[in-house]
Design a protein around this ligand. Structure first.
Ligand code: UT7
Length: 332
């Protein structure tokens, strides 16, 4: 059986920087609250007519392919994680296939929100292990800012979510090579309505009515406090599950790349695992929470900054809407 390995990572974030100060002009919030409660100083929001989920994903993908040293023609399959697809139908995988000019390869969309990239990576890993494909483009990309209620009512979500795209090339390598060691996927739908977006919905008479618009059904709704409390528990569980499964201890981790939900969540996990700062990667301070985008963007930046070296033990972990949570342990 093959092992799969990340051969290259890339990312793209929109040019528009939105500071906390700018948010405080839109809603009743302030820099001090946002920094203290979330760790975020600024984030990137897309520019309508310029950025799309598809074109950001394509930029991230081209960078990942270049860094992996592969030609687009070598990509066998696409797995695209997003909850903010450009169209309601079809998904973004096929748009990326077209944009990159990839011959008629398959494209799969994954809609698991903040854990989406780890679910996507795990799906790709299975295809590679079985030998069905040798090189898979795995993407996490989102435009969240158009689903945010920027009034006082939506302020707890509006200050954390942001836009951006990341991509990796997952390739087949021999069993003795470094690569993905294990994945651990979980969900608990009992909490679906703690972080969700109702519209457009297939189960109404029409998918988007004036009434739904007036009610703000197309805004992301989050009960932040409940999500936070579950996140810190599940993060710890799923990271320990990955370590135990492979017979490693927490001090053997070289880099933890947590989903960038809230800096306080990452810091809690860091403290519990007793990891020094250099062993935890955070970029939420200047990029916010880009849902499925956070982990591949972080991997791309961590690699750029020389924080990922061949053979490093890397733990990826995520928690979010669903609830769904996941971890992937790998040797870089
Ligand atoms: O990415 C996937 C999953 N998402 C997460 O993991 C997010 C998890 N949750 C969180 O990050 C945090 O819960 C938030 C950042 C969303 C909120 O922080 P919090 O510390 O849990 O605040 P809270 O919701 O308990 O609200 C505390 C107070 C409230 O005021 P009162 O009732 O105490 O007077 C809120 O109305 O802070 C108020 N508040 C704000 N004040 C200024 C909420 N949002 C804001 C804001 N600016 N943006």
């Amino acid at each position: 059986m093959n092992r799969s390995r990340i051969l290259g990572a890339g990312h793209y974030v929109p040019e528009r920087i939105v500071t906390n100060q700018e948010l405080s002009e839109m809603m009743n919030t302030n820099d001090e609250w946002i920094v203290e409660r979330t760790g975020i100083h600024e984030r990137r929001w897309f520019t309508p007519g310029v950025d799309t989920v598809n074109n950001m994903a394509a930029k991230a993908s081209r960078m990942a392919m270049e860094r992996a040293g592969i030609e687009p023609s070598e990509v066998d399959f696409i797995v695209f994680a997003t909850i903010t697809s450009d169209y309601f139908l079809p998904g973004n995988g096929v748009l990326l296939q077209r944009e990159l000019g990839l011959a008629n390869i398959g494209a799969l969309d994954v809609k698991n929100a903040c854990s989406g990239f780890l679910y996507a990576l795990t799906v790709a890993d299975q295809f590679i292990k079985t030998g069905m494909y040798r090189k898979i483009l795995v993407v996490g990309a989102e435009i969240q800012s158009s689903a945010l209620d920027k009034s006082d009512e939506g302020r707890s979500s509006a200050v954390i979510f942001a836009d951006g795209a990341g991509a990796v090339i997952l390739g087949a390598v021999g069993q003795s090579e470094p690569g993905i060691l294990s994945s651990h996927l979980h969900s608990d739908g009992a909490f679906a309505e703690e972080l969700y977006c109702i519209a457009p919905s297939s189960s109404g008479e029409v998918r988007l009515s004036q009434e739904m618009i007036d009610r703000g059904d197309f805004f992301v709704k989050m009960n932040g406090n409940t999500v936070f409390k579950h996140a810190i528990v599940r993060f710890m569980e799923v990271i320990n599950e990955a370590l135990n499964h492979n017979g490693y201890t927490k001090d053997e981790i070289d880099l933890l790349v947590p989903h960038q939900a809230n800096l306080r969540i990452s810091q809690y996990v860091q403290q519990k695992l007793e990891l020094p700062d250099e062993k935890v990667f955070n970029n939420i301070m200047y990029l916010g929470n880009t849902t499925a985008g956070t982990i591949p963007i972080a991997l791309s930046q961590a690699w750029e900054q020389g924080r990922l070296k061949k053979g490093d033990l890397v733990c990826l972990a995520a928690f979010g809407s669903g609830f769904a949570w996941a971890s992937v342990l790998l040797r870089w």
